[in-house]
Design a protein around this ligand. Structure first.
Ligand SMILES: [Zn+2]
Length: 285
């Protein structure tokens, strides 16, 4: 990847599109990985010459979005004015490719590291584990029990029929260690529709089990969508707004999650992570 300089800072950049076209320049902040560049750039690349700068200046196009340490994420969250941050790295399992995801042993190490962390805000040890096609989780129950927060998300089997998908997600929300069902449909905007579960049934089960349903603030996801949020709230379920941030700047995506939740008429009272830390802890226990 070519590099330019701004004073002492090396900026790596990437360009695409017809070179005789008007130019659009993206200057990306920390945490916007290459996938985000592509998400923003690709629709423009037919008509514009787009130049994308990675202002971290790493020049590492294979891994532009990290890794960020837990301490860096906590400092970033503190800068955003947050009182607490949940670290929910992926667990290895169905839908995780290329060695992505932590094993049970690695999660145990991460729990210990978070306990030793000296951060200015509360940092919760968590995981985003995988809900397999049958509704089983890919992390051991003993590890889940020792984590502060367990997000369980479908990352595979996203072509399932409605009934199978609904039963799968109901099983996940009823798992005693699961606190939040992550991006319940698994849709990726402009990419795949994901599953279409009966949200009413999933939400009723979630309300009964005390499991929150996620609104994922990643601009590629925004799932649950507004209509589903409205159904979930009417069923008595709690909403969690999650940035899905893989770096500090993406913490700013929470605005998209808030807007999406508002489209479903959610108020702060419906949203788990508007609550003070003690109330959050009580929900997670
Ligand atoms: Zn996920």
């Amino acid at each position: 990847m070519p590099t330019a300089h701004n004073g002492d800072v090396a900026l790596s950049y990437d360009r695409a599109g017809p070179s005789d076209a008007p130019t659009v320049i993206f200057v990306e902040g920390l945490g916007y990985g290459k996938w985000m560049w592509q998400f923003q750039r690709d629709p423009l690349a037919d008509s514009y010459d787009t130049i994308v700068f990675d202002n971290r200046g790493t020049g590492d196009s294979d891994c532009p979005e990290g890794p960020y340490t837990i301490a860096e994420m906590a400092a970033g969250a503190a800068e955003f004015g947050h009182d607490y941050l949940a670290i929910t790295d992926h667990a290895t399992g169905p839908g995780m490719v290329g060695g992505v995801g932590l094993s049970d042993a690695e999660l145990r190490d991460q729990i210990a590291a978070i306990e030793d962390l000296d951060a200015s805000i509360q940092v919760l040890a968590g995981v985003e584990t995988n809900v397999d096609a049958d509704g089983d989780l890919s992390t051991g129950d003993d590890v889940l029990a020792d984590l502060d927060v367990v997000v369980a998300s479908p990352h595979s089997g996203l072509g399932q029929d409605r009934e199978t998908a609904t039963e799968r997600l109901v099983r996940a929300v009823e798992h005693p260690e699961v606190d939040i069902l992550g991006h319940p449909t698994g849709r990726l905007i402009n990419d795949r529709p994901g599953i279409a579960p009966d949200i009413e049934r999933v939400a009723a089960a979630a309300a009964e089990a005390g499991t929150a349903l996620e609104v994922n603030a990643d601009p590629r996801r925004l799932d649950l969508d507004g209509d589903a949020v409205r159904i979930a709230i009417e069923a008595g379920a709690t909403i969690a707004i999650d940035t899905d941030a893989h770096g500090t700047a993406a913490l700013d995506n929470d605005r998209y999650g808030v807007h999406t939740a508002r489209r479903g008429w959610a108020t702060a009272a419906d949203v788990l992570n508007t609550r003070p830390f003690d109330d959050l802890s009580a929900f997670l226990d």
